[in-house]
Design a protein around this ligand. Structure first.
Ligand code: NAP
Length: 291
């Protein structure tokens, strides 16, 4: 391994330390931030993610409320819960855990959340602000976390070539906007399943962000020596271990012998996503109590 490891756990700890000061100041003015998480159905991975979010709230002194809805519930039931949480003055942030059961429209549900409580940053109003170049609001957590990771290694993005692999609403697309915003100034290419000759595209990149969901897809001969590689992917690979599976990223570990800096999976983007969710919850609380 020659690459510097971009340790998401350590960066996230630093962010949490800063957030504690902001929570203190809110508590001092009589406000306890509160995050409500709505979970529909029994997807085991979703339950793991939600528990990690609840633990982060507990570490920071943020109240967390969890609303469990059975997988066979009517869509209207989810709508009613979101509307109730929108009206609840004690709730500052609302998150509807993805994925929703088949047939439930995630985008429609997201757009029902009060934009000032949209701590995932996926509401059309918050994404729209981002497109307009305004990054002062609630930003999508994973892409915002990746930007903090890039800052941590002091990589100068100005004019540099960045390739974002993946164009999803929650990662790839907002990531490309954040990288190309004024002041960051990367020159961004968005790659996806129809992209031709991904390997040579990546070889020309100073920064690669892989957000695909294909285990070990990015190989060392795709990567320019010294470049920065951020691995967003989380893939469950079945094995003979007690758990029955292990996690891999979208970037093959061999890339560590070529890249200048590389984020690991696990321990990279995952903890940063949670740290940015906590940041959004506190930011939302501050916005709601601004005088
Ligand atoms: P997604 O909605 O499934 O999007 C995947 C993207 O990858 C799509 O744009 C797709 O292209 C592209 N793609 C698929 N196959 C490809 C190929 N062979 N070559 C190039 N591009 C290809 O997934 P997502 O929600 O963005 O998540 C991506 C990964 O990040 C997943 O592993 C997910 O678990 C992980 N993730 C991690 C965190 C975290 O906190 N660590 C957070 C969010 C997501 P098309 O648009 O053409 O279909």
């Amino acid at each position: 391994m020659v690459a510097t490891v971009i340790d998401g756990r350590e960066i996230a700890r630093g962010i949490e330390d800063d957030l504690r000061i902001r929570v203190e100041s809110l508590l001092h003015s009589g406000v306890t931030p509160c995050l409500a998480v709505v979970i529909v159905g029994d997807d085991p991975a979703s339950h793991v993610y939600v528990r990690a979010k609840e633990r982060a709230c507990a570490r920071l002194g943020i109240n967390s409320v969890r609303v469990d809805i059975p997988s066979d519930a009517e869509y209207e039931e989810v709508v009613t819960v979101v509307r109730r949480l929108n009206q609840d003055p004690e709730v500052n942030g609302i998150l509807v855990q993805s994925p929703l059961p088949d047939g439930m429209d995630e985008i429609a549900i997201t757009d029902l959340i009060d934009p000032n409580k949209d701590v995932d940053g996926f509401h059309a109003q918050n994404l729209g602000r981002l497109v307009q170049g305004d990054t002062s609001g609630l930003l999508p957590c994973t892409p915002a976390g990746v930007m903090r990771m890039l800052e941590s290694v002091d990589v100068d993005l100005r004019g540099k070539r960045a390739v974002v692999i993946g164009r999803s609403r929650i990662v790839g697309m907002p990531q490309s906007i954040l990288l190309s915003q004024r002041g960051v100034d990367a020159t961004v290419t968005i790659a996806h399943s129809r992209t031709i000759d991904m390997a040579s595209l990546c070889r020309g990149a100073d920064v690669i962000i892989a957000a695909v969901g294909i285990s070990n897809m990015v190989r060392s001969d795709w990567v320019k020596p010294g470049s920065t590689v951020i691995d967003v992917g989380v893939n469950r690979v079945n094995d003979d271990s007690e758990k029955g599976y292990h996690l891999t990223g979208d970037v093959h570990p061999e890339v560590g012998a070529v890249a200048g800096a590389l984020s690991p999976v696990p321990g990279g983007v995952g903890p940063m996503t949670i740290a940015m969710l906590m940041t959004n919850t506190i930011r939302a609380t501050e916005i709601q109590h601004e005088t």
